[in-house]
Design a protein. Structure first.
Length: 306
């Protein structure tokens, strides 16, 4: 497979689109509210996520929660996109600005339960579809730099936007770490995230782009204008109830400081279900200027926040 390299001209177009979409809060007013979408992101103090297991209640627990921001899957348990009216109901908060709803999208892996998946791929995979992840059955590594994969993923982004999400939560942004021998793997991920941002903001200049993990990408000057915030796993606690190493904590906090210096909030998730751990985790994260969520490893429940 030949590497797909985005040329300087296209990169410039994508980045200019990202920069245009990351404008000031005054330029990004959300209809029907006195707060802009971006200002609500900056003002968020609580968050959570649920990516499956919605059941008959569907988004009822999201609507009933006190979270300022919630990440949900782009589709319900049957794989159908959420109806816009259902997202509006889950977003609404009486007497407060609406909560933000971000749709989950993996841009560094393919999932065999998504609408784009074709049955014949198991025997005859497209050239961008790589091996199945050993720890995540049904999830496949991809050549994220490949134009056909990017077209496929952007189609998923369009469906997500059609439902009316406020933004997208990008998973597997750190997939470049799986390709240490590929020259330019890191730069190609930066370009890919910026292409996602440019595509989304061409439709909706207010659309929020929140990548998960790979916090060091903020060191790339072109990356900052393409993203609005960071989500990150396992700052203080691995899954489950296992403290992370002090060196990891120090390194991550230093990276998070770069995000905050650029005015981009950092949403963290740590994995614990022991009462003696949960409170201190919230307190420690907030003391570091982070927006924390402490939950279980399974993503089929919206754990009550604090």
């Amino acid at each position: 497979m030949r590497p797909h390299l985005i040329g300087p001209l296209l990169t410039g177009v994508l980045l200019s689109g990202c920069a245009a979409g990351s404008g000031s809060a005054a330029d990004r007013t959300v209809p029907g509210t006195d707060a802009t979408r971006h200002s609500r992101l900056l003002g968020a103090r609580t968050w959570g996520y649920q990516l499956t297991g919605y059941g008959p209640a569907r988004l009822g627990p999201v609507a009933a929660s006190g979270f300022d921001l919630v990440v949900v899957d782009a589709a319900d348990d049957s794989g159908a996109p959420w109806p816009p009216a259902e997202l509006r109901a889950a977003r609404h908060r009486t007497g407060q600005p609406d909560r933000l709803l971000l749709g989950y999208l993996s841009i560094g892996a393919a999932e065999n339960y998504r609408p784009y998946w074709q049955a014949g791929w198991t025997q005859r995979p497209p050239e961008w579809l790589l091996g199945e992840a050993p720890d995540w059955p049904g999830n496949y590594d991809v050549a994220y730099w490949h134009p056909q994969w990017q077209t496929t993923a952007l189609g998923s982004l369009d469906r997500l936007m059609d439902s009316g999400f406020d933004g997208v939560y990008l998973d597997l942004v750190d997939a470049f770490e799986r390709h240490p021998d590929r020259a330019g793997a890191r730069d190609q991920m930066v370009a890919w995230v910026c292409r996602v941002a440019a595509h989304a903001r061409a439709r909706d200049p207010q659309f929020l782009i929140v990548p998960q993990n790979a916090p060091d990408l903020i060191r790339e000057a072109r990356y900052g204008p393409c993203v609005d915030a960071l989500g990150h796993e396992e700052t203080f606690m691995y899954a489950m109830n296992t403290p992370t190493e002090p060196g990891r904590q120090s390194q991550l906090l230093a990276e998070f400081a770069r995000w905050k210096t650029q005015g981009k909030p950092v949403f963290t998730v740590d994995y614990a279900d022991r009462k003696a751990l949960i409170g201190p985790l919230y307190a420690r994260a907030r003391a570091a200027g982070l927006i924390p969520y402490v939950t279980v490893r399974a993503a089929d429940v919206l754990t009550p926040g604090r």
